[in-house]
Write a protein that binds this ligand. Structure first.
Ligand code: CA
Length: 512
């Protein structure tokens, strides 16, 4: 392969090396630029001299200031890039450049399971909610027996799982921020893929009883008059065997009902696609995330909901998103979530510089600004129509910012609570991540990863960097993969291996 770099914006003074294995000192690019030293694959090369203190530009934006004089052809290492201040929230323009709605795309459908609350599942799963960690192993025990003894009789049901977590007691349940984990658990129990109907196991003495998890007036879905709570401390249970039998009895009734459901054609507007990245590298923002962004634009035009998240990976690009807000109110909601997270990090004596991982840096990402500029490419180019707080259920259509931390597991858990029924996940360094309730479509930023992990990566966006495919072609390819996966015609790799990372609740409130 001839020496190749990718420059994203004409104003950029750095570009990333594309060649697998990197390039040696003295390598000449077709435009005459010569490498002054070896540069690793996905790392940055200076396209022109950058004097100390001057801006380093990628994506047409400043990703940092040169910490020393950098020569043309030099490797722009992480330690040469000084972190600039984040965009001031009170100076972000709001709703000044909301893109007009694109021409609507009709006829996109998937075969799903409509639920009584108006959402639709892409899977037909029984989930058992736990109100407190004390009951989790008991529920896991029952789940194993249900899988072995009951599920084989009901082939139309995709699975059974425990919504197990470490919350529910020993926590400051009345602290203002406690609403976040509580509503997350409530909304997880109402996810469309688990038929939006909770089945709850409680201990009895915990701080978060079922009546607090589903308070009166909360949108409890239609329950067919069946009991939906098992309370282990109830007098009627004589020992462990009784408790497990009670859970299994209610579970079997529910499974019997789930097994009678059939997939029916559903419009794309019933898709709720949560997009996320993890183990990102410098290619993520060039290949995988823009492919997702293109698919997001198509899905929005087809009437679907597309959620992007990960506050710390949006914070440094908020000046690009604020103008795209559909209304000033939506823009203000975006800034409110940014400000809340700034304060949350400040309370923990941390800031956004804590985000990039050693793997991100190995993959060529110098800092959070560069990571964020690549990350927001997942949001495409549509107007931002709605902003949701962590763990809130999203019913709005179009492009939605659902605020979550960037942690893969916490983001995945919160997007599941927000009502996601398909998850799209991009990765550069690679991760076998998967979720129990929602199929996870994984997209590699480089072909080398897709080749190394053919049974874990569902789509290779590295084909964009090599010139084998275009963003537009791959955007449509991803939309078709999403529809096939939503319809159950395709099972995502992580799903075939039954990889389900445990739920990770976001609890910003104190524990006691
Ligand atoms: Ca992530």
């Amino acid at each position: 392969m001839t020496p190749r770099y990718v420059r994203i914006h004409p104003r950029d003074n750095v570009a990333i090396v594309v060649n697998e294995g990197g390039l040696k000192a003295g390598t000449a690019f077709p435009d005459g630029l010569v490498l002054a030293e070896p540069v690793r694959e996905a790392h940055k090369v200076a396209l022109e001299p950058i004097p100390k203190g001057q801006p380093i530009r990628r994506y047409g934006e400043v990703i940092g200031l040169a910490g020393r004089d950098i020569n043309a052809g030099a490797w722009v290492r992480e330690e040469f890039v000084e972190l600039p201040a984040p965009p001031a929230l009170d100076q972000v323009a709001l709703a000044t450049a909301a893109p007009p709605a694109g021409a609507s795309i009709g006829g996109l459908e998937f075969d799903g399971y409509p639920n009584p609350d108006g959402a639709a599942g892409t899977r037909n799963i029984l989930a058992i909610t736990t109100t407190v960690q004390c009951v989790a192993p008991t529920v896991e025990f029952a789940v194993r027996r249900i899988r072995d003894e009951i599920l084989p009789h009901y082939p139309g049901v995709d699975g059974v799982m425990a919504l197990a977590h470490a919350y529910g007691c020993g926590v400051a349940i009345d602290a203002p921020d406690a609403e976040i984990p509580i509503r997350t658990l409530r909304n997880l129990s109402l996810n469309p893929n688990i038929s939006s109907e909770p089945l709850v196991v409680s201990l009895g003495c915990e701080k978060l009883p079922p009546s607090r998890l589903f308070p009166e007036g909360s949108p409890l879905p239609v329950l067919s008059g069946e009991p939906w709570v098992v309370r282990l401390q109830d007098e009627e249970y004589r020992g462990f065997g009784d408790m497990v039998a009670a859970i299994m009895r209610l579970a079997e009734k529910r499974i019997e009902r789930l097994s009678r459901r059939q997939r029916v054609p559903c419009p794309a507007s019933l898709l709720n696609v949560g997009v996320q990245c993890g183990g990102s590298d410098a290619f993520s923002g060039v290949t995988a995330n823009p492919v997702v962004g293109h698919a997001a634009d198509l899905l929005v035009r087809a009437g679907a909901t597309v959620m992007f998240s990960e506050v710390t990976e949006v914070r440094d690009a908020v000046h690009l998103l604020g103008p795209r807000a559909a209304t000033v109110e939506v823009g203000r909601a975006l800034l409110r979530e940014m400000a809340w997270f700034d304060e949350y990090l400040r309370r923990g004596s941390a800031d956004r510089s804590a985000n990039p991982t050693p793997g991100n840096k190995r993959g060529g990402l110098s800092n959070i600004v560069e990571k964020a500029l690549g990350s927001v490419a997942k949001s495409g180019t549509s107007a931002l129509t709605h902003v949701a707080g962590p763990g809130e259920r999203v019913s709005a259509k179009g492009l939605v910012f659902a605020a979550t931390p960037a942690s893969d597991f916490i983001c995945g858990t919160l997007q599941t609570a927000a009502g996601m029924n398909v998850h799209v996940f991009t990765t550069g360094e690679g991760t076998p991540y998967g979720l129990g309730a929602v199929p996870v479509i994984k997209i590699s930023s480089r072909t080398a990863l897709a080749r190394r992990w053919p049974d874990l990566i569902d789509l290779d966006a590295g084909r964009v960097a090599s010139g084998e495919s275009t963003l537009e072609q791959m955007g449509w390819e991803l939309v078709r993969l999403i529809l096939d996966t939503a319809s159950g015609r395709n099972r995502a790799c992580a799903e075939r291996w039954k990889l389900d990372n445990p739920l990770a609740l976001f609890n910003p409130a104190p524990v006691t």
